[in-house]
Design a protein around this ligand. Structure first.
Ligand code: F6R
Length: 242
């Protein structure tokens, strides 16, 4: 894994956007794997600027998001579909039918998971997958203990994830307890992976991921077996590295 430690969140966001922009420029019909959460917000802002001011063209791009909460309709204020629309999709020239997010309110969730895997394969696989990291080392919503060969499936969120995400909901009781998430194997199949980490709350997970052993107990550590991973982190997230 390659690591890049940058001064602050702004630099992290610019560097992440630059890597995506290089990919899009090299292959205008690239398939992007996207994440939600606080960490990639600055990257989406910078990609929006690059689209508006420098003509970065998303017209042929296809996107697949990592995950979606189970039980929330696509238009719920906290659904990841709403997040992606508000923070990225509506600001750039992506075509709506090329943006993919699992449906958390599908009547048959298992079928939805298989359909999602098939859609990724039919698009030719993911060229560059953007990831955040949970304080417990999760990637996507692959919580500690997730099997390395897992594919898109319904997962139970860990208690810590529910607590961490309660900040977006009126109360912790309103946070969904399940999600549809790409699996570890789905993520490992991406040709290139870029993981972003900002802030001291990620320092322990980053240390375990980069310096610990490869174990499903720290899902991000399973990325050690991928040939092309770049970790971009700010000083605080890197503060426990030896
Ligand atoms: C989001 C996702 C999660 C987040 C992680 C970090 O689609 O899959 O793995 O990347 O929980 O979230 P933030 O960035 O909010 O700290």
């Amino acid at each position: 894994m390659k690591w890049l430690i940058v001064e602050d969140y702004e630099k992290l966001s610019r560097e992440a956007a630059r890597l995506v922009a290089v990919q899009v420029a090299a292959k205008p019909a690239s398939v992007l794997g996207l994440a939600t959460g606080s960490t990639p917000l600055g990257m989406y802002k910078e990609l929006t600027r690059l689209n508006r001011e420098e003509g970065l063209d998303f017209s042929q791009i296809t996107t697949f998001n990592l995950d979606e909460y189970v039980g929330l309709a696509a238009d719920h204020s906290q659904s990841y579909r709403t997040y992606m629309r508000d923070h990225f999709f509506q600001h750039v020239n992506l075509s709506a039918e090329k943006t993919h997010i699992p449906s958390g309110d599908a009547s048959d969730l298992d079928e939805e998971c298989s359909r999602y895997e098939e859609a990724i394969a039919a698009a030719g696989g993911i060229d560059i997958q953007i990831l955040g990291i949970g304080g417990n080392g999760h990637i996507g919503f692959n919580e500690p203990g997730s099997p390395v060969d897992s594919r898109t499936r319904v997962v139970q969120l860990a208690a810590r994830t529910i607590e961490d995400n309660a900040r977006f909901f009126a109360s912790v009781e309103e946070v969904p307890t399940k999600a549809v998430s790409m699996g570890i194997q789905t993520i490992l199949n991406a040709r290139r992976i870029v993981l972003l980490a900002s802030g001291a709350s990620k320092a322990e997970a980053i240390q375990l991921m980069l310096e610990g052993e490869k174990t499903p107990e720290v899902p991000a550590s399973l990325l050690q077996q991928h040939p092309d991973v770049t970790v971009i982190m700010d000083r605080q997230a890197a503060s426990r590295l030896s």
